[in-house]
Design a binder for this molecule. Structure first.
Ligand SMILES: [Zn+2]
Ligand SMILES: [Zn+2]
Length: 394
């Protein structure tokens, strides 16, 4: 950066002392300075931005780096929103197109994407599946001559400034979800994990393989389904941010409360495309920022800029509520104002008012006195670990 500025100063100095007429020299100088500034800004902080696109009840995630563009999955078969999303984000070509598995909510608009943008290489698990979406996807890839690869666990691929570590599958088991391609994307010190629709079986297989799985950002498997995001898997990944892709009011009930509670229990902040729209995660390789299109996180200690942990896979202690005490990040049910109470899982404005009316509470479990909070919700609140009840409560 300093070198660029001194070059500019040198150029401006030369221009001033040259035979070029002064006003023209000034113009050259200003133009050069602008170019140098832009170049310096670009060089100072090359970033990776991951867009968890809001494509209804399906997956499509775009990763744009300084020298690469990756698309993971291509939305639903009965919508046409992926190409417009990519166009709006300025995509002109795709270096790597990962299709995690052949279900129609992941390969739905694959053919449309391939026909619209040049694709350098496509990764598919290699599963046999004869839906129309998948057939069209394969036909389109064949027509355009995109590279084709079936990645397997343990492969590591450098793509520009990013490193892709394949965590799954090692071999196909014949179950489409559990044969999903899982990839950890490493950008500097920041790691993002994508597992398609991998369920408990695939998560257990990944754990058994012993490859590094720690990630700051986890794309929750299978749209936040209870079949995925098992406690053991989460204990290995230890995400700080968990994001699921699901459509509002979908018929599967995704995301499932059990999966959200497990993720909250490891202290992760949760976002979902159904609630937050398209969610953008930007990182310079050291820190990262989560910016949802609308709303705030569903659960978690904080939605502010998060500073990444050191590069090594450091285990973190989840925030544990202590009886009669409140941690600095916790919400005291005996004193917090209504808008803070709504950060607690299941607590909306109406329940917050009821909590305030029924104070004081002897413990978090005492919330059972509040009409609308039953044992299941209390279990989720406990698992989230955000609520606490101060002993002195007034
Ligand atoms: Zn799916
Ligand atoms: Zn699936």
């Amino acid at each position: 950066m300093m070198a660029k500025f001194s070059h500019t100063e040198l150029f401006c100095l030369v221009a001033r002392n040259s035979f070029v007429r002064p006003y023209r020299a000034l113009r050259y100088c200003a133009a050069f300075l602008l170019v140098a500034l832009l170049a310096a800004a670009a060089a100072a902080s090359p970033t990776l931005t991951a867009y968890f696109l809001d494509v209804g009840q399906g997956d499509a995630t775009l990763l744009v780096g300084p020298d690469f563009t990756i698309l993971i999955d291509a939305g639903r078969h009965d919508r046409a929103d992926v190409v417009p999303h990519l166009e709006a984000l300025g995509v002109t070509a795709i270096d790597l197109f990962i299709l995690t598995h052949p279900h129609a909510d992941h390969v739905g608009q694959c053919a449309a994407v391939v026909r619209r943008f040049p694709v350098r290489e496509a990764w598919l698990a290699g599963s046999e599946h004869a839906t129309l979406s998948y057939e069209r996807c394969l036909d389109a890839l064949l027509e355009t001559g995109a590279g084709y690869h079936e990645p397997r666990a343990g492969e590591v691929v450098e793509l520009g400034a990013a490193r892709l570590e394949v965590l799954h599958p090692a071999e196909l088991v014949g179950d489409l979800n559990n044969d999903s391609i899982a990839v950890r994307v490493v950008y500097g010190d920041v790691m993002l994990l994508f597992t398609g629709d991998a369920e408990a079986e695939a998560e257990a297989a990944m754990l058994a393989r012993g490859l590094p799985m720690r990630a700051h950002v986890l794309h929750m498997g299978h749209h936040g389904s209870r079949t995925s995001s098992t406690a053991a898997f989460l204990a290995a990944v230890l995400p700080e941010v968990a994001i699921y892709s699901a459509g509002l009011g979908n018929s599967y009930g995704h995301p499932h409360a059990e999966a959200l509670a497990r993720v909250a229990a490891v202290g992760a902040v949760i976002y979902g495309t159904d609630v937050n729209g398209t969610i953008r995660v930007t990182t310079d390789g050291r820190t990262y920022e989560v910016v949802p299109e609308r709303g705030g996180p569903l659960a978690g200690p904080s939605a502010e800029l998060r500073v990444s942990a050191p590069a090594e896979d450091m285990p973190r202690e989840p925030i544990a509520p202590v009886a009669g005490m409140c941690g600095p990040e916790q919400v005291d049910i005996n004193s917090a104002p209504a808008e803070q109470l709504t950060r607690i899982v299941h607590i909306g404005p109406a329940l917050a008012e009821r909590i305030i009316a029924l104070r004081p509470f002897t413990s978090v479990a005492d919330l059972l006195r509040v009409p609308g909070i039953g044992p299941a919700r209390l279990a989720d609140i406990d698992a989230q670990g955000l609520a606490c009840a101060s002993a002195s409560g007034d």
